[in-house]
Design a binder for this molecule. Structure first.
Ligand SMILES: [Zn+2]
Length: 284
């Protein structure tokens, strides 16, 4: 939209104020990435599951284990939710993860939990798409800037009911895991990590864009579970998200989840992180 207000005389001065990174990320708790990367060398797979196209599935990962999301059969993006397995009110905090790390996450970055927990739930220990970096459009992989596709937005834009958006896939997966109704658990479904998705903001209008994911069968992203986790993964009806989504017309593929146990003693003195130490008195 064309501005409705005159440009002030000191506009250039105001607009060239230096950009400051908001958080001193070098003050974050140590991720012990070197220890985790040594431990992953000797881990063994304990279980795996397949998430069918346009569906969702839940899985549990004990603290101190690793899990991978693996591309199989064809390019496919996944929408990931994580909860504290013992307390679903503590869940993945996409917005704070974005502020602490970046718009897209990769090896060494951590997935933080909601307030008042605010602790790392998982640490990314390997990413076979780390070569991608930032493309000429400013796009990157594994974003925390978008959120899940959902039937409410679809209904608003197209006036149709479509039941296999990521929000619904995650809701059905969580309903199955907890035995609660789908309308109840959908309130626990939250902003996702967009696994393998290639996204960014357009340079001219800063609108959220997606483009075909560069993921290929065999690619994976790997996480270390910092606390006992309940996860749910949706295979997005957008497939590789190179065209549309929220319908049944796009080619879609399964995703595999693999869970690994580290060898005895390989984690040394690693301990599950505690919840935030803030008093929660909020000035009262
Ligand atoms: Zn989706």
């Amino acid at each position: 939209m064309t501005p409705q207000n005159e440009t002030p005389v000191d506009a250039a001065e105001r607009q060239t104020a230096p950009a400051m990174v908001c958080y001193e990320v070098n003050q974050l708790p140590d991720s012990k990435l070197e220890l985790l990367q040594r431990a992953r060398q000797s881990m063994t797979k304990v279980t795996e599951l397949i998430v069918a196209p346009r569906d969702g599935k839940s899985f549990e990962v004990p603290a101190g284990s690793f899990f991978r999301i693996v591309s199989v059969d064809g390019p496919q993006v996944g929408d990931l939710n994580l909860w504290n397995a013992d307390d679903l009110s503590e869940r993945f905090f996409s917005g704070k993860t974005r502020q602490l790390h970046a718009t897209h996450v990769g090896t060494g970055d951590r997935l933080w939990s909601t307030l008042p927990g605010l602790r790392p739930m998982a640490t990314i220990t390997h990413d076979t798409l780390d070569w991608y970096g930032w493309d000429q459009d400013g796009g990157g992989i594994h974003d925390v800037i978008g959120t899940r596709c959902d039937p409410y937005t679809n209904h608003m834009l197209k006036n149709v009911d479509y039941h296999y958006c990521c929000h619904s896939n995650l809701s059905r997966a969580l309903a199955e895991a907890t035995g609660r109704s789908v309308t109840e658990v959908e309130l626990d479904v939250h902003d996702v990590l967009n696994v393998f998705m290639c996204t960014g903001f357009t340079r001219d209008t800063h609108q959220y864009f997606m483009k075909a994911s560069p993921v290929r069968p065999g690619d994976f992203i790997e996480f270390f579970a910092e606390i006992d986790l309940l996860g749910a993964l949706s295979t997005c009806p957008g497939g590789d998200c190179g065209s549309g989504h929220s319908d049944d017309s796009t080619p879609c593929y399964p995703l595999k989840v693999e869970i690994f146990e580290p060898a005895d003693g390989s984690l040394g003195d690693w301990k599950s992180p505690a919840r935030s130490g803030y008093s929660r008195s909020h000035g009262l």
